[in-house]
Ligand binder design. Structure first.
Ligand code: IPE
Ligand code: IPE
Ligand code: MG
Length: 259
């Protein structure tokens, strides 16, 4: 599909989010509505992942972070967890060459050490194989929980204080931010959650502090390129004020002094 056919001409290429994060939710309900197994829902969801990754690359986004598996998701039935791990392996095997060809760098955040060995190895291999990609970062949140991430960042800072390499008063927002797992990425500009749920579910609590939130009732397997573009159109219609007034933003003068 050409950009025109997909509706991308409705977007201002200069005002795209640099970093888009998505909570991909609703696979189970999508399957249930059709009398299918939850696993089939995840399978269809992985097709949405393919399509959304491609669309983001085509549009020119810098970073796409996808919440693929939370620390809480380990509590799901064993068969579902196993199927999700198999789908992840399938995705990594199938998309590896495409990511290399498209200069997409794969990265992950989360407790990777908790993943089964074969999944972890494949993930590490794919991250290494795509390391030179400089057009877009695909950041997969796997076995990810934001509170755990922040707690371990605090632990490392405290450790440095104990050994005298850091003074407690030196700990500020920037010091903490660089200890987080996505320190090399720009701030999240837009956070989308599909499936009509209105919660963050322990995702990027720190990083999304000033992200625009977009909550859509569309279930993840139905969220494809057209739905992504619709979401970006809505994002571009918003005014990001970062605590300032609308007048300050529109005049381009953050001091707010009138001429
Ligand atoms: C999101 O879909 C995928 C994961 C959490 C891995 P769900 O599996 O949560 O789908 P629902 O919420 O049950 O519909
Ligand atoms: C959040 O979805 C995690 C992912 C999308 C991977 P969940 O479906 O697990 O979230 P809750 O439990 O409904 O909040
Ligand atoms: Mg869910």
């Amino acid at each position: 599909m050409s950009p025109t056919q997909s509706g991308a001409e409705r977007l201002d290429p200069n005002r795209l989010p640099r970093h888009l994060a998505i909570i991909m939710d609703g696979n189970g309900r999508w399957a249930k509505e059709r009398g299918l197994s939850r696993v089939k829902g995840h399978f269809e969801g992985s097709e949405s992942v393919r399509e959304v990754v491609r669309a983001c690359r085509k549009l020119g986004l810098e970073v796409l972070t996808l919440f693929a598996f939370s620390t809480e998701n380990w509590g799901r039935p064993k068969t579902e967890v196993r199927a999700l791990m198999e789908l992840l392996k399938r995705f990594l095997r199938k998309e590896r060459q495409e990511m290399i060809d498209q200069s997409i760098r794969l990265k992950s955040i989360g407790q990777i050490e908790r993943l089964p060995g074969d999944v972890r190895r494949l993930l590490e291999q794919t991250v290494a194989a795509t390391a030179k990609g400089d057009k877009m970062v695909l950041n997969l949140a796997l076995s990810y929980g934001s509170r755990a991430e922040i707690a371990s960042a605090c632990q490392r800072l405290a450790q440095r204080c104990l050994t005298g390499r850091l003074r407690p008063e030196e700990i500020d927002e920037n010091r903490l931010a660089v200890e987080l797992m996505d320190a090399d990425l720009p701030e999240v500009d837009l956070l989308i959650r599909t499936s009509g749920e209105h919660r963050l579910s322990n995702f990027l609590l720190w990083q999304a502090a000033y992200a625009e939130l977009l909550l859509t009732p569309i279930l993840w397997p139905d969220f494809r390129e057209a739905e992504l573009i619709e979401a970006l159109v809505e994002y571009q219609a918003r005014e990001r004020r970062f605590g300032l007034t609308s007048e300050q933003i529109q005049s381009g003068d953050p001091s707010g002094e009138e001429a």
